[in-house]
Structure formats: C-alpha cells, structure tokens
Design a protein. Structure first.
Length: 457
C-alpha cells in the first residue's frame, strides 16, 4: 500500500468518472474519503451509498473536520475545476498536498505492472475488455476505467493479489505523461483537444512522449497504420481488423444478429472461434487490442476466448437500451466526428434500410469550433437530426460558436435545434424507428426517460 501515512483523501470533482474510480480505490485501502461535486448524479448517489461523504456547495465550511489535517490528508482535484474554487483554495492555503487526478493515478499505476491504454478513441472499451479478460484469468488485475463496466457494475476492478494495474492513459491535459507502463496500447492519434495541443503535430508529439515512457524491455500494442516514433527499448506489435500485414489481425469474421464470431491470427498461433456479443465493428477492433495485450502477458487462448464471450460491454458505449418489434434505441458516448462516423456506420450496417434519428449534444465550445465541418459531415449520416445546445463542461462560451452554427452546416432536410426541456416532446412527435443518442455531456440524464418511452409498443 502506498500513502501509508495518510488517513484521509478529499476529492474536488468526486463525481467524475476517473475521480470516482480513485475514490473507490482509496476506500478499499482503508482511507476516509469525502469530496465535492457540482451536481448530484446517479454516480454520486452510489458513492455516498459506498461510504463517501459528498457535498454539492462550494463552501469550505462543508469540508468535514477529519479532512482538515494537512499532514494526514491528501487532496485530489480534477482540472475541470475553476482556479477560483473555494475548497480548492482552502486546501492550497492550508499547506495540504494538492495534486491532479492524473498525478494520483500515476503514483498508483507506477507501483505495479502497468498497462496503459491510450488513444483519442477506444480507451474505455479496450480497458474494460482487457480488465475482464485478466480478471477472469489466473493473472488477475486492478483496473481504473473511464466508464462503468457492465460485468462488474463499476469503473474499478480490484485484486490485491495481482500486481497488474490497467489504466486509461488520457491525452487530455497531457495526463498520460504521469504513467510509465510495462505495456502500452495506442489505438488512435486523431486531432482533438486543440485547446491544449493547438495542432495535430503537437498531439502526435504528446503520444510519442508517452510511448517513450514505456519501461525498459516493454511492449507497445499499436493500431496498424499509425507511425509514431518508437524508441529502441520498446518492442512493437500492430493490430488491425482488416489488414493482414498486422501482427494481430482478424479472419473468418461473421455477424449473426448483434454478435460477431472471428478468429485472431497472432505472431505465434491462431485463436479460433472468438465470440463477441456486443455490436459495432469498432468493438471487434477494440477486442483485438485487448487480445493482443492479454496474449503478450501470457493469458491462455481458451481463457481469452471464454472471457470475451462473457463480456457485456460498458455503459454508454454502443449501449442497446431497447430493441423490440417497433423500435430500437442505442445510446453512445460519441463526442468526436471520428467516433460519430464509426458509431453511425455500425448502426447503418446492423439496421439497413431503417430510418435513423439521432440526438446529439456537442461537448465543449472549442471542440465544436475546431471540428464544425467534420461534425457536420458525420451527422449527415443520419436521416433526422435533433441537435441540443453545446454542453460547456469546463469552458466559457466562445463568440460565434453555437449549436445553431453547427446546424447550418449539416446538409440534411430533417434537422432541428432544441432546448433540453423540449427533447422528450420532439422525440415523441417524430416517433423514430431507430433512435440514437450521442454526446459526452449531460445527455445521459435523458437515457432512462427515452428508454421507458421506447419500450411502450
């Protein structure tokens, strides 16, 4: 156990998906855990149930007494929190150790056999698949996930007997540079977070810096076609669904209803008849990355195949909410044009000839500005678009950047911009055959009401 001199850990932004996994970890280590978050959510409700005291007002008076000793309390915050935050500044002025989430994660991760999963897309699905495979094997694992795994209803896997630690290596704010993995995955290096990196070349350099931090004699599992600089001390293996030249590739791929069957060709053997019961071709590719890591770590082929056949997916990742004789409703976290294109391509392939209605909530003013045309082209894959206002998250408005600006660029006839309170009424009026929701903001609060409506035949 690290941080043995600490009694308590306080989280500012406790309800974030990455923060909550760390909060759960510290509870497992016997620490008192509390924190602040801006709003109450299903996740914060669950954290409170698990014993984490959370307050929802930014007042230093609400910090419990047990968390007021700077020698015994660690403070972890998310970079989404304002520098003017009262509780954050109380701790800073009081001489507490105050660190970002990425630093805390790195201090845990670097003590074990770290497997870091990086990429502008696919991190959560690959990490969750790999965690389930290793957890189901004799190797075991600890894993910090960026989503809720349906297999264990959590974003955290714990196995005190295992030295393996899986974590998502997040490129935002260059957070992945706190991680020094034994094995690293890089699934994609698309332009994103240009408010941080400013150019695609800088994003590439960020990923190369992360790859350079792989430990001596470590391994890189790289999506075929990516060409980052790879240092001499790292052994690289590539993976691809459709490129036979990749070290790990797929053959004999078939689709039956919403399930895939395929074999995986590896550098040393063939893994036959793998079944994956979650839809989306990109999930076959994500599974391939997880298979490559597990194989390189020595997990038996039959153990890999059995675990994947039992894998149930991640909440909000191609999450089929309703499928009945009248309607289909799928929810997805897609918030980047590349992700939207991949998601809608799979929806089209699974439901050919069906009319697809999509609800999209743009995430961040800067991302909407930087990729407005790309968003428009990806959203044109829909038959009907219901567009919501931009979810600002950590950002202030940017003049001229609005959802209306994005709507004008989308070249389809059936499109509408709505306020949140109009959403359910507008969906009911359109009575969609195939409905999808997309976005990384608070659009998730509508998933349950939409699911309940769609189930009414």
């Amino acid at each position: 156990m690290i941080w043995t001199n600490l009694d308590s850990v306080y989280f500012i932004g406790a309800g974030g998906i990455g923060m909550s996994a760390l909060a759960r970890y510290f509870i497992s280590q016997g620490k008192a855990v509390a924190g602040y978050d801006r709003v109450s959510t299903t996740l914060t409700d669950q954290l409170v149930y698990e014993g984490i005291d959370i307050n929802f007002e930014d007042r230093s008076q609400l910090i419990p007494r047990v968390f007021r000793n700077p020698e015994r309390t660690l403070v972890i915050y998310t970079p989404a929190v304002s520098e003017k935050h009262q509780q954050l500044n109380y701790f800073r002025r009081g001489g507490f150790r105050v660190i970002k989430r990425s630093v805390a994660l790195g201090e845990v991760f670097n003590t074990g056999r770290g497997v870091g999963v990086a990429g502008t897309h696919g991190k959560t699905s690959i990490s969750a698949m790999l965690a389930h495979i290793l957890h189901s094997s004799t190797l075991g694992c600890n894993a910090f996930l960026g989503g809720i795994s349906k297999n264990n209803s959590s974003n955290l896997y714990l196995d005190p007997a295992s030295k393996v630690i899986i974590a998502e290596a997040d490129e935002y704010d260059r957070s992945f540079l706190t991680l020094f993995p034994e094995i690293a995955v890089v699934s994609s290096m698309d332009a994103d977070h240009l408010d941080i990196y400013h150019s695609e070349e800088n994003i590439r350099r960020g990923f190369e810096s992360y790859i350079a931090q792989i430990r001596e004699k470590g391994k890189l599992i790289l999506k075929f076609g990516l060409t980052p600089a790879i240092p001499d001390h790292v052994t690289c293996y590539t993976y691809s669904v459709d490129q036979k030249g990749a070290d790990y590739h797929v053959e004999s791929l078939t689709l039956d209803d919403l399930s895939y069957s395929f074999t995986v060709v590896t550098p040393h053997l063939v893994l036959p008849e793998i079944k994956l019961h979650i839809p989306g071709m990109f999930n076959v590719e994500n599974a391939l990355a997880a298979v490559a890591v597990a194989h390189q770590m020595g997990v038996a082929p039959e153990s890999i195949a059995h675990a994947l056949s039992d894998y149930q997916g991640v909440q909000r990742r191609f999450d089929v909410q309703v499928r009945n004789e009248r309607r289909v409703y799928i929810d997805d976290y897609a918030h980047h044009p590349t992700e939207i294109t991949a998601f809608l391509s799979s929806v089209r392939a699974l439901f050919p000839g069906k009319k697809i209605t999509g609800i999209f909530q743009p995430h961040l003013y800067s991302r909407t500005r930087d990729f407005a045309d790309e968003f428009a082209r990806s959203l044109e894959m829909l038959d009907q678009l219901i567009l919501m206002e931009i979810y600002p998250a950590r950002e202030e408005p940017i003049p001229g950047v609005t959802a209306g600006m994005l709507l004008e660029r989308v070249r389809i006839n059936e499109k509408v911009l709505i306020a949140k309170e109009q959403l359910l009424r507008v969906v009911k009026e359109r009575d969609p055959e195939v409905l999808v929701t997309m976005g990384a903001g608070d659009i998730n609060q509508f998933v349950r009401p939409l699911q309940e409506w769609c189930m009414r035949i």
